[in-house]
Design a protein around this ligand. Sequence first.
Ligand code: ADP
Length: 215
Amino acid sequence: MHKQFVVIGLGRFGTSVARTLSSLGHDVLAIDMKENAVQAIMNEVTHAVQADAREEENLRALGVRNFDVAVVAIGDDLQANILITLMLKEMGIEYVVAKAQTNLHGRVLEKVGADKIIYPEKDMGVRVAHNLVTANIMDFIELSPDYSIVEILTPYKFIGKSLGELNLRAKYGISVMAIKNGKKVEVAPGADARIQERDILVVVSSNKAIEKLPE
Ligand code: ADP
């Protein structure tokens, strides 16, 4: 579904969120009060604007109220983070996601109406640990909060099938970059590459998709 997102605060987290949403085909308005942060992302999102989001007139002038989802990704300035979250909810934005530094900060955000509170470091740690124990994951490189390069032991059901038959990109949104078996590595395997027992697949995938793979 095509949605409109506004991302406020273009530090590492905000930039990564804005970029990923944009690459998934969504409209993204990215706001930061620092010129260089705005410049850095300008070509990758629908609009990038330099503005202080604490000023209500700025948010109004940018038509922020019409967006489906707002992400408040300001980290260090706690007061700005809370104030902006409050204003966005008062303006009537349906879904406001805010980044919290601590549990107490998260509780304040909840009180001012944030719909989802994110603790980036903590959440990622939990997710990685979860993935490591649930799927056959051997290694994990985070590309963004949502996408990773992952090495997985081939699920039992895949053995004997070709990549073409498995159609992992269409079925799971997973792209196979390489197939490893012992010392052998087949890079960029074609549709006719057949999965053997003890193959290790190196894939690019959303973290969600990986969780959906069979054991
Ligand atoms: P991270 O830890 O994800 O890198 P930071 O806290 O370092 O996050 O970055 C937050 C970003 O938010 C900075 O680029 C900063 O310029 C921006 N920012 C802070 N306050 C405001 C504000 N009132 N309006 C717009 N942008 C802001």
